[in-house]
Design a protein around this ligand. Structure first.
Ligand SMILES: Nc1ncnc2c1ncn2[C@@H]1O[C@H](COP(=O)(O)OP(=O)(O)OP(=O)(O)O)[C@@H](O)[C@H]1O
Ligand SMILES: [Mg+2]
Length: 251
């Protein structure tokens, strides 16, 4: 699915990613943890092609294609989806229109006809249920005036609509109340299949208790310094990151 090798990226003169290696196979869920400012959001931004960051070295191959050569919209059309740590508001554009445009753009890329209005409405209804999204929210402008939790839930709804091959969820859990956290995490699980993959970026093991990743990576100062099984999240919750810094000889 995704093969990242020696990825380096900078913003201005500041190097943020300093040689990331990451292999994600079809059907796998990986979690990325790590202290604030270690480069987690930067990695997700670079993978989806955010032009703020400049890739200075390394490769990223997505289903056999050179990701770094692709325009951001083509990366989305190829099936990469990023749920933002801070979802943006788009005043004046209704959720319904936004989703219809996104879906039909993708269908066009795949050489398919636009979806009929009836099918689209049916799909919206079906996918809203995945995250128990209030129907009224889809009448409103994208994220405008949504509460923090509603925005996060809406991100997973968008993911459900677009059925990505690789979903990257950047701190989808932050700001969610306990019930919403469970609904969103279970929504992510419902969308799992042997043919898609997920990267979950989070600080806490409570989301991972429900999502159960196959692998957990720790990103620190722009590098993946540790990779282990799901128990690593518990260890980090209990012990913080200092012991990992010691392991890599930083302390
Ligand atoms: N637009 C920017 N301009 C300058 N520096 C930036 C910019 N975006 C990110 N950085 C810097 O890059 C580093 C990594 O940031 P990033 O957002 O990737 O961290 P993170 O691991 O996602 O942290 P958090 O856990 O707090 O979300 C930080 O030092 C940050 O200040
Ligand atoms: Mg971040």
């Amino acid at each position: 699915m995704l093969e990242v090798r020696n990825l380096h990226a900078k913003i201005g003169d500041k190097e943020i990613l300093k040689g990331i290696d990451l292999t994600i196979k079809e059907g796998e869920t990986h979690a990325i943890m790590g202290p604030n400012g270690s480069g987690k959001s930067t990695l997700s931004a670079v993978l989806v092609g955010n032009p703020m960051f400049e890739v200075t070295d390394g490769t990223a191959i997505f289903n056999g294609k050179d990701l770094l050569e692709m325009k951001p919209e083509d990366r989305a059309n190829e099936g990469i989806f990023l749920s933002f740590q801070y979802p943006v508001e788009i005043p004046g554009v209704s959720m319904t229109n936004f989703m219809r445009t996104a879906i039909n753009e993708k269908r066009k890329y795949q050489g398919l006809e636009p979806m009929s209005a009836a099918d689209f409405i049916k799909l919206m209804k079906e996918k809203r249920q995945v995250v128990e999204l209030d129907a009224r929210l889809s009448q409103r402008s994208v994220n405008e005036g949504f509460s923090g939790g509603e925005k996060k839930r809406n991100e997973i709804f968008q993911m459900a609509m677009l059925e990505p091959k690789l979903a990257i969820l950047d701190e989808t859990d932050s700001g969610l109340d306990v019930d919403a956290l469970r609904i969103v995490a279970e929504g992510v699980n419902k969308l799992k299949s042997p043919h898609n993959s997920t990267i979950v970026i989070t600080h806490y093991d409570r989301l991972l208790d429900i999502i159960r990743p196959d692998v957990i990576h720790v990103l620190y100062k722009g590098r993946i310094v540790k990779t282990a099984g799901p128990d690593l999240a518990k260890e980090i919750e209990a012990r913080g990151y200092d012991w990992i810094k010691e392991e890599i000889g930083e302390k």
